[in-house]
Ligand binder design. Sequence first.
Ligand code: CP
Length: 317
Amino acid sequence: MAAPISIPAAQRGDLISLVDLDLLEIREIVRRGVGFARREYSGEPLAGAVIGIYFRKTSTRTRTAFSAAALRLGARIIGYGPDDLQLNTGETIEDTAQVLSRMLDGLVCRTAGSTAELRALAEPSGMSVINAMSAHEHPTQALTDLTTIQRHLGGIDGTRVLYVGEGNSTAAALALSLTRFERTELHLRTPPGYGLEPHVREQAERYAKESGSTLRETHDMSELPPAVDIVYTARWQTTGTSKPDPDWRAVFAPFQVDEQLLDGYPAAWFMHDLPAHRGEEMTAAVLDGPRSIAFDQAGDKMHSAMAVLEWALTSRI
Ligand code: CP
C-alpha cells in the first residue's frame, strides 16, 4: 500500500468551472484519463485521502464514476444524498464549508443551483471542491468527452463537432473546453430560446479566436456543416431543470438526431452524455448503432474522474 498522502491545503485544486483551468491543465487531465483507461497506474496514489461525494440531484454516471475512481485510487469516500446535511435545516453554506474543509480532502458536489454555491464551499481552501454538475456548467462531463475524443480520434486539435440540442450545462462545458484547442470547430444547433447562455457563448468565442477555432450557433436545422467528426446530442430534459414553455416539445422536435442526419456524416462518431431517451433527442437506431460511442463515453467518466481527483489532490504539490 502506498504511503498516505499529505497535501498542504493551499496547494489543492478546485474545479468549479472550466475557466479555472488553463489549456495545459486540460490537456494533462485528458492525457491522464487516457492513461487510466489503459490501466497505466499502480498502487493506491490517493491512499489516506477522504473524499465527500455530495449529490443534491439524481445521478447514475457521475456519482458512480467519482466514487469508483476514488476507491480505485485508494481514497475512502463518504456519500451524502440530497437530504443528509444540515443545509436542509438552515445551516449556511459558509458554515458547512468551514466544517467539511476541516475533515475532508475533497468534495465532489452536484448542486441544485449556481456555481456560486460551489465557490462558497471552496472558500476555506482546506479541501478541493469539484463541480459534478451545476445549473450552468458540467465541467467534468466535458473532460470526459475530450478523453473519449482523444481515445477515438487520436487527438483533439482540429476536431469538428456538431452539437444538436439544448444549450445546457453539458453544451456550455463543451463550448468552454473544445474551443481552447487549436483549429477545432463547434457547430451548435440549439432550439430557439434554448441556446447557450450569452456569457458562455461570449467566453467560448474569445477562446476560439485565441486558438484559431470556430464556434457557430444557430437555431436552424436546415443549415448544417458540410463535414464533422462527431455528432453529439443530450437529453431534452436536462437533469434538475424544467422548461417554462408547456409546448417546448414542439420546439425541440426538429432537433432529433436520426439515421438520415448521421448518414450525412459517414465517418462521424455519435456521442451522448446520457441518460438518453430513445425517440426524443435521437432515434434508437442511432444510439444503439455501430457508430455510437455513447457507452464508451460513459465508461470514460470513471477514467476522467480518476484524472480529475489525481489533479485536484496531488498535482499541485
Ligand atoms: N452525464 C451525466 O452526468 O450522467 P448522470 O446524471 O447519470 O451523472
